[in-house]
Design a protein around this ligand. Structure first.
Ligand code: SF4
Length: 161
C-alpha cells in the first residue's frame, strides 16, 4: 500500500486522539481540494502492514485510527488486511472517502473494506458547500455515517450531524 504520511496525535480527524494514515491516490479531483499532491499514487511510499502497525502502536495514548488521504478506498484491496489488523487490535476505525456510501456498496472490493470501518465520512468535497463550522467534515454534503448500523439496517444511519 502507498502512504504519504502517518501522524500519531490528531484530534480533528474523528473523535478522540487518533493516529491518521494518509494514503496516496485519489480519483475525485474535487475543486478546492486541500491536498492535491495526494492525488498521485506515485508520491506515496510503500509500507507493509507490520510497519504501519508499529507506527500506530508507537503512541499508547491513541483511542482510534483514521484512514484518510487521498482516498483510502482508491487502494481498497491493498488496505483491507491492514484494516482487519487494526480492528483485531481493538482500535476504533474511521475512514474518509470521496466516494459515497451508495457507490461503495455497489463495488465488492470497496464493500469488503467498508465492513471493517466503524465511522465513514463520505462524499466529495464541494467548495460551494464548504462550511468551517462543521465538525470532522469540510462541506455540508458529506455525511458522518455509522457504518455497522447502516449495513445492518440497510439504510444510512448517521453517527452524528
Ligand atoms: S476526495 Fe479529498 S483528497 Fe480527493 S480530491 Fe476530493 S478533497 Fe481532495
Amino acid at each position: 500500500m502507498k502512504i504519504l504520511d502517518i501522524i500519531h496525535d490528531s484530534i480533528v480527524d474523528g473523535k478522540g486522539l487518533r493516529a491518521v494514515i494518509f494514503f496516496a491516490g485519489c480519483p475525485h479531483r474535487c475543486k478546492g481540494c486541500h491536498n492535491p499532491e495526494s492525488w498521485n499514487i506515485g508520491y506515496g511510499n510503500a509500507f507493509t502492514i507490520t510497519e504501519v502497525m508499529v507506527e500506530i502502536k508507537s503512541n499508547k495514548a491513541i483511542q482510534g485510527v483514521t484512514l484518510s488521504g487521498g482516498d483510502p478506498f482508491f487502494q481498497a484491496k491493498e488496505i483491507l488486511e491492514l484494516a482487519k489488523e487494526i480492528k483485531q487490535n481493538e482500535y476504533n476505525l474511521w475512514a474518509y472517502t470521496g466516494f459515497t456510501f451508495e457507490e461503495i456498496i455497489k463495488d465488492n472490493v470497496k464493500l469488503e473494506l467498508l465492513k471493517q470501518i466503524d465511522v465513514l465520512v463520505d462524499g466529495r468535497f464541494v467548495e460551494e458547500l464548504k462550511d468551517l463550522t462543521l465538525r470532522f467534515r469540510g462541506s455540508s454534503n458529506q455525511r458522518i455515517i455509522d457504518v455497522q448500523k447502516s449495513i445492518q439496517e440497510n439504510k444510512i444511519i448517521l453517527y452524528m450531524n
